[in-house]
Design a protein around this ligand. Structure first.
Ligand SMILES: *[C@@H]1O[C@H](CO)[C@@H](O)[C@H](O)[C@H]1NC(C)=O
Ligand SMILES: *[C@@H]1O[C@H](CO)[C@@H](O)[C@H](O)[C@H]1NC(C)=O
Ligand SMILES: *[C@@H]1O[C@H](CO)[C@@H](O)[C@H](O)[C@H]1NC(C)=O
Ligand SMILES: CC(=O)N[C@H]1CO[C@H](CO)[C@@H](O)[C@@H]1O
Length: 531
């Protein structure tokens, strides 16, 4: 591998201010392939990253475009952030590393000291680093995202980036000392954490892989069936009202008069195409945008992720209160009321709902958006889903889909892969790629890594793709824990007194396993020295 030089270690001292991100354009839905505009962990409202008094530094390093072909000399600059405020070189050789994922990195993950893992970093006097994932934010191997340029967007290249990042950091910031790195990640970066432990076991001493959907699956109908279970389970009437509403929405969609009414009720940005022009895609797009709002409500329900979910009630109970509101006789209007309520919470009152499939596709098919913006991130995320993750959130779950019916078939997603990239990226391709990476990384049942904790939330629709109790290979020190009624990545957010006992005990388990990984590797180091 080419010897890499330091590009720039910017010792800019940033005081917890992050440039605001651009708002969501009105023709793009809030959710695409399950990804919230602005990413699965963070969202626009966090943009003025509140460090709560903490601070961080930032820099860039050079990475090869292709880690596996020495003849390719092309390089790119990877952006990273770090916090040495807790670090005590005289007593600690630990680095806590938050892996970047499907968005530009957000500084709060290195500076907001109330986050669970930063409290642990403080306890162990660890240095804290976060690196941006290739093809996101400032970390772009190419200036455009043509299909040709996306060829280097593979799990192997990404893991090699993080491995190389660790050795470069040891050199740049720690005088070449082999520091003991502990990996952290939530959602997709949680999967990267698990895969790093498997692919580069010596680069780190352990990891925490929160809500990671490592059990890769193309047709992930379980998302919708879990969602149904959660809404019905919270309140049977809520389930019944949703079911009645979605059935009525579907029926109305099939007549021109019905569609006119729907356009009004849901404040659609664009009318449906005329009866002679309308296609199944137009309807599926409409349905998936409504479905997407209920995904978002469920996925973060009750999290201490931000004021919306923690204090303002964004979650399943709030949505069900509106669905069960008898003062409003029309159940379809209640669904629209839920969406209006979400819009208000997001500070977008009265925003119209995108309804032009062709505009949506044309936008994400363009390779020319700036990677620091969210349209390029959305295209990157869709590339990931089409080429190695799958995760298509269909309603193919059969009997367990009374609420949603069969609104969203697999074709809705696989056709997009073809439209966004090209016909090489068809269903056969996605199935073959997902199968390949299930084998490479062992999915959930054959996960080959060691020393990883896998927390999952039982209320998280991604739950069924997690590494769960009973999946772990005995002897590998892989620990699964289920947070009862926990949402997506709930363990990562700042602990609160009112957290459930299950969440508290999951954090205790993580902390104790983390401690054992750290103590073990210390003994190991000493054992080697003693010989
Ligand atoms: C899709 O794009 C890739 C990369 O440019 C190219 O190699 C491949 O031939 C294309 N496939 C089709 C069917 O156009
Ligand atoms: C990890 O380290 C062990 C012991 O030092 C060594 O035997 C092994 O080959 C290393 N593995 C990798 C993947 O570098
Ligand atoms: C119930 O519906 C009525 C009529 O649409 C509305 O005025 C009221 O604000 C709703 N209440 C809740 C809690 O949604
Ligand atoms: C599928 C799975 O992992 N289920 C587990 C969820 O968590 C409870 C409590 O820890 C276990 O009893 C289940 O086996």
């Amino acid at each position: 591998m080419a010897l890499l030089h330091i590009f720039l270690v910017a010792l800019v001292f940033v005081t917890g201010f992050e440039a605001g991100r651009s708002p969501r354009p009105r023709h793009l839905p809030r959710y695409t392939f399950g990804r919230h505009f602005h990413g699965l962990l963070s969202r626009i409202e966090d943009a003025a990253a509140d460090c709560d008094g903490g601070s961080y530094q930032e820099g860039f390093i050079t990475q090869p475009v292709d880690h596996f072909d020495d003849s390719n000399k092309k390089t790119w600059n990877e952006y990273y952030q770090f916090n040495l405020n807790f670090y005590d070189a005289s007593s600690s050789d630990l680095v806590f590393f938050m892996l970047g994922g499907e968005s530009p990195i957000s500084a709060k993950w290195v500076c907001k000291e109330s986050y669970a893992y930063l409290q642990w970093a403080k306890k162990y006097k660890a240095a804290v680093f976060q690196a941006e994932h290739r093809y996101f934010g400032k970390s772009r191997p190419f200036s455009s995202q043509t299909v040709e340029n996306l060829a280097y967007f593979t799990p192997e290249q990404i893991l090699a980036d993080y491995n190389n990042f660790i050795s470069q950091m040891n050199r740049i910031h720690f005088n070449g000392k082999a520091m003991r790195w502990v990996l952290f990640g939530g959602s997709y970066p949680g999967s990267l954490t698990a895969w790093m432990r498997a692919a580069y076991p010596n680069a780190s001493i352990g990891g925490v892989s929160s809500s990671s959907a490592v059990n890769l699956q193309v047709d992930y109908y379980g998302y919708a069936t879990n969602m149904q279970k959660n809404y019905q389970g919270y309140n049977a009437n809520c389930g019944a009202n949703l079911e009645a509403a979605f059935k009525k929405i579907q029926t109305m969609s099939f007549s021109e008069d019905g569609r006119k009414q729907l356009a009004k009720t849901f404040n659609l940005c664009d009318d449906f195409p005329s009866a002679d022009m309308i296609t199944a895609k137009d309807l599926q797009f409409f349905w998936s945008n409504i479905f997407g709002e209920f995904q978002g409500i469920n996925q973060y329900s009750g999290d201490n992720r931000d004021p919306l979910t923690a204090d303002m009630g964004l979650g399943v109970p709030g949505a069900c209160a509106i669905m069960n509101n008898l003062t409003e006789a029309n159940v379809v209007q209640r669904v629209a009321n839920v969406i209006n309520w979400v819009n208000n919470l997001y500070g977008e009152p009265g925003v119209c709902m995108p309804n032009k499939y062709s505009d949506y596709i044309a936008t994400y098919a363009s390779p020319f958006y700036d990677a620091s913006g969210d349209i390029a991130s959305g295209r990157s995320w869709m590339w990931q889903c089409c080429t190695y993750l799958g995760y298509f959130q269909t309603t193919d779950g059969g009997h367990d889909n009374e609420i949603w019916g069969s609104l969203i078939p697999l074709d809705f997603y696989v056709d997009q892969c073809i439209e966004l990239f090209n016909s090489t990226y068809n269903a056969d391709y996605t199935f073959a790629q997902v199968e390949k990476y299930r084998k490479v990384f062992g999915a959930a049942k054959n996960y080959p890594g060691t020393k990883v904790v896998f927390p999952n939330g039982s209320l998280d629709p991604w739950f069924s793709l997690g590494l769960l109790q009973g999946d772990n290979v005995v002897g590998n020190e892989v620990f699964a824990t289920t947070i009862q009624n926990g949402a997506h990545c709930s363990d990562m957010y700042p602990p609160r007194d009112q957290d459930s006992e299950s969440l508290k005990s999951a954090r205790q388990l993580i902390a104790s396993k983390l401690d054992s990984f750290i103590q073990f590797s210390k003994r190991n180091v000493h054992a080697k020295v003693d010989k």
